[in-house]
Design a protein around this ligand. Structure first.
Ligand code: PFF
Length: 434
């Protein structure tokens, strides 16, 4: 089987696909609203500090374990020690659960793209959004369509599906983002939004905010569900990883910053609140678009941008479980993807309905959508990362494999894997349990 494993066609293909996984709804939908709820600039400073220090280690580690073992998640953990394979299996399970709520938002985006003409005529955007997501049939169909799109590209394989999708969608994403940033910066009072983003108010520094920044950083870098481990396993022997990790972090942070620079000046320019939570992108922004010249076209461009970001991340979410099914159960890629389509749909449909007819069905006091978001983002992603750091730090003896250039950085990496990152993650998990 191992000889039949696909490999990236070039270093560029690997990098752009890994960036495609990292840059997603986490950057353009989640980052601005989490920042808005956590004090603006001070959140940004904390986030950047964390992303350059604590997050570097698990990101490099995940890619490295994939590259070293050349196996999908379960096999990779098993290669380190057969006892660990059950921990490895948590990764594709997390992937399937994440996809069930992530792809619902993908479906909402498709709706906003299709309704671009109509959007400018709505009188109450909040009401429109809550009515739309509560409908019993239409959002489910859109969710299924989004799942199909991600699974389709994954089924076509590394070269013809995953790489191709990223090579098309990522440049489109970058161009649209820059275009929208320019428009936003030219709105009246745009500098108020920039001040909100870049002038830190240190009185807002608190532990909860630091943990929110850490959680956001892990989510946005796609750490903790084996997507990057699987991508790492397709790297050819001769590629250096550390530089790639810097590139991924730098690009992901740039996209998040640009998303903020696109959104906050617009929000402030129209006297809106930056802390409106998940509705920021689906309620506040369309309202703003309806008030600017060519707003319908700008709205269309924005949701296409969001779509590009969501698809490339969605593909990486599917690829982890897909690799596990193909390699461990000897399935063809197409069969594995068909099976994943069914499994993800079966979870995603009731989750979509949790905004409407299944709204009263609660798991631990939360709707199905909120529960899956909470379970995966707050608990499973950090727990999986914690486990992999401890396994690599204590069993793989990464220090001996010379992935870093000098002894000092090797020791720092080693201490990070064994102690610093696990401690930070334990705090994150405990905070997530509350
Ligand atoms: N990093 C993606 C985002 O920012 O939207 C989300 C994600 C993708 C999380 C893949 C985890 C993952 F494995």
């Amino acid at each position: 089987m191992e000889n039949n494993r696909p490999v990236w066609t070039s270093k560029y293909a690997f990098i752009i696909t890994a960036i495609g996984s990292a840059v997603g709804l986490g950057n353009i939908w989640r980052f601005p609203y989490v920042m808005g709820q956590n004090g603006g600039a001070i959140f940004l400073v904390t986030y950047i500090l964390l992303i350059c220090t604590i997050c570097f280690i698990p990101l490099l580690n995940e890619l490295y374990v994939g590259k070293l073992t050349k196996k999908e998640c379960v096999g990779a953990y098993e290669a380190i020690n057969p006892k660990f394979k059950y921990f490895g299996a948590l990764n594709p399970i997390t992937g399937i659960l994440i996809s069930a709520f992530y792809f619902i938002v993908g479906g909402w985006i498709i709706n906003y793209i299709c309704k671009w003409k109509l959007l400018s005529q709505i009188s109450d955007y909040g009401e429109y959004f809550s009515k739309f997501i509560a409908e019993p049939v239409y959002p489910c169909l859109l969710t299924l369509l989004f799942i199909f799109i991600c699974v389709y590209f994954t089924a076509r394989g590394l070269k013809n599906g995953i790489e191709k999708a990223n090579k098309i969608f990522m440049p489109m994403l970058a161009i649209l983002l820059i275009f929208l940033v320019i428009i936003s910066l030219n709105l009246p009072d745009a500098q108020k939004g920039l001040e909100y983003m870049f002038k830190p108010d240190f009185s807002k520094l608190n532990f909860h905010m630091v943990l929110a920044a850490l959680g956001q950083a892990f989510f946005t870098l796609s750490i903790g569900m084996g997507a990057l481990l699987t991508y790492g396993s397709y790297i050819k022997e001769d590629k250096t990883l550390v530089k790639s990790v810097y590139t991924i972090i730098l690009s992901d942070t740039t996209f998040a910053l640009l998303a903020g620079i696109m959104i906050f000046p617009a929000v402030f320019s129209f006297g809106m609140e930056p802390n409106s939570g998940a509705g920021l992108v689906f309620v506040t922004l369309p309202k703003i678009f309806s008030q600017i010249p060519f707003g319908d076209l700008i709205s269309f461009a924005f949701f296409v941008l969001l779509f590009c970001a969501a698809v490339t991340s969605g593909i990486s979410i599917v690829e982890g479980p897909c690799a596990t099914l193909t390699e461990r159960f000897n399935m063809s890629r197409q069969k594995a993807c068909a099976l994943l389509f069914v499994i993800i749909s079966l979870i995603a449909i009731p989750t979509t309905l949790s905004f409407g007819i299944l709204g009263d069905f609660k798991v631990f006091g939360k709707t199905l959508f909120d529960f899956l978001d909470y379970l995966t983002s707050n608990l499973m992603l950090p727990s999986n990362t914690l486990i992999l750091c401890l396994i690599s730090g204590w069993y793989l003896k990464i220090k001996g494999y010379k992935i870093l250039k000098n002894k000092f950085s090797e020791s720092l990496f080693d201490i990070g894997l064994k102690f610093i990152v696990p401690i930070a993650l334990i705090f994150l998990i405990i905070a997530g349990l509350k």
